[in-house]
Design a protein around this ligand. Sequence first.
Ligand SMILES: *Cc1c(COP(=O)(O)O)cnc(C)c1O
Length: 430
Amino acid sequence: MAKRDLSSKLFAAAREVIPGGVNSPVRAFRSVDGDPFFVQRARGCRIWDVDGNEMIDYVGTWGPAILGHAPSAVIDAVSHAAKEGVSFGIPNRHEVEIARMIRDFVPSVEKVRMVNSGTEATMTAIRLARGYTGRDKIIKFEGCYHGHVDSLLVAAGSGALTLGTPDSAGVPDDFASLTITLPYNRPEAVEEIFEKEGENIAAIILEPYPANAGLIFPNEGYLQFLREITEKFGTILIFDEVMTGFRVAKGGVQELVGITPDLTAMGKVIGGGLPVGAFGGKAEIMDHLAPDGPVYQAGTLSGNPLAMTAGITQLKELDRLNGWQRLEEIGQQFEDGVREALNEIGRDLTFNRVGSMFCLFFAEGKIENVEDVKNADFDAFRKFFWSALEKGVYFAPSQYEAGFISLAHATDDMAKTAEVTRKALKEIYS
Ligand SMILES: *Cc1c(COP(=O)(O)O)cnc(C)c1O
């Protein structure tokens, strides 16, 4: 076993002063029944823990590190910007530059506002949809994660007419009751609700490719169906592209599928590793925001010059390097390695990938929604996770998470990963 003494000590110290020892729950490694390691530094596709163990990283800070860790272009740009001042709270030129870039990259965006996290982006997109339509109810889908917004922490209560029940203590039932939760990839469930109360529904919010329940794809025509039914009833269609935006393509899933949502939530890659979120869409809707409109939203650090600079630089680098095409090539290499390993052990596990995002499900057959993921062999996943980590490859510590490849993952790294995957799978299935 790799030595993790210092990590263990730090985790014990952390638990005394931080709830659960972490500042975000998934980092606690609970779903793999273990303790997390503490990171010392990260560069390219590699991370080193405080005990000196080296790992190839497929978490990439949960998505943002699309160029790899600590890319010199971003570090240089942020260092330079810091010398001009780290925060102003006054309009700065970087805000205009990133807004223009987002408008040019993302098909549906005419105007955009910058915030500090994906959670803030979805929270405000929903407030704006409600303020714009004058309606209260929203629809979300089971297994889709939109940050820790009160009214979005609801995944249960799938029956079409059942009121939502909150997933978290501290969320009043009254809030949750305005959230209708439906199974993903089931158009008839959406149709049924709209027939009964389409006129009361402010918004449908979804991850167009759900990636917080593994990685799931919409069935043929499903996203088009959602676009049509929301248009018919004057409901706002919100794509949560916090994870997929600037990742699966320059313009996110909406570019790949050719569907234009009314509003889009963004985050992760857009911040180049600094805390950034954004939401944008049709100018007519966005103009309902304060100070022009009645929907209030604000932020002391929104549009922060360092964060904007990091985001701008990362997006420019991606564009300059033809990043999305390159990531598709690297992703294909990665997929070839995994499929070979699966063939060798004679297992037909479901492997989903789009560009540089992937998920190996310890389940067979098509995965259409989170109900299917629940049938996965979580024990096998847990064994796989620890075995791979022991061999120097860090995959996300939950079957419900997607993996991320970066431009810094080289052919050698991919070959090593394929080898580790083969060995880990063999240990489980032989
Ligand atoms: C990560 C994520 C969020 C939340 O973003 P934070 O920056 O963690 O608040 C929202 N939606 C999706 C799809 C995400 O993957």
